[in-house]
Design a binder for this molecule. Structure first.
Ligand SMILES: [Zn+2]
Length: 191
């Protein structure tokens, strides 16, 4: 493995650890009642085990591999003289977020077709008990197709540098966790 691939893999693991830490934080402090109610339901314990397993496999295996591949082939390798400006980083990060949103929207609609629903069914098993961990509780096929592929396509289209890629990953990943944390919706009423 050449040094840039192993650096990409390491950075991918760091991203995964940040995601898992934020997931755990939200799960403990904002969704403990939802988790307790999920665990009390009939299929709850096995469903929650599958949820935690999917979080580990998706975040720690598929995520870093995809990050390393995207970095290797599509991310602009900036050096101090490359002239990759802050404006260019900002526009490529924005382009990446938009490309990912379009790609995810298309993949999600495809997975609601009867021929592909098998890949998406697991995620909707959490419709009644929406927990932060359910954000990444998707099948391996869904994670690769709807979550990761739009990032790779976005990198190919936008040629971000690494700071742009990390910014886009953070925006998309944090938003994904927040929309799966319904407890936060009532915060403004409590303040
Ligand atoms: Zn759906």
């Amino acid at each position: 493995m050449d040094p840039s691939s192993s650096a990409g893999l390491t950075r991918g693991f760091q991203v995964a650890l940040c995601t898992l830490t934020l997931t755990g934080f939200l799960e403990l402090f904002c969704a403990s009642k939802t988790v307790a109610s999920l665990l009390k339901s009939k299929e709850g314990p096995s469903l929650y085990r599958a949820c935690l397993r999917a979080n580990l496999v998706n975040n720690l295996a598929i995520g870093p591999i995809t990050y390393a591949l995207a970095t290797e082939f599509f991310v602009y390798k900036s050096d101090p003289d490359s002239g990759y400006s802050l404006i260019r980083s900002f526009t490529s990060a924005l382009g990446l977020v938009v490309t990912h949103a379009l790609g995810y929207h298309y993949a999600h609609s495809q997975m609601h077709r009867p021929q592909m629903y098998w890949a998406h069914k697991f995620h909707h098993a959490f419709a009644k008990h929406v927990t932060p961990s359910s954000a990444n509780a998707v099948s391996v096929v869904e994670y690769a197709y709807a979550y990761m592929l739009p990032f790779v396509v976005g990198c190919a289209v936008c040629a971000p540098d690494e700071r742009a890629l990390l910014t886009a990953v953070a925006v998309i990943s944090v938003n994904n966790l927040l929309i799966h944390t319904p407890a936060l919706e009532v915060l403004p009423q409590q303040l």
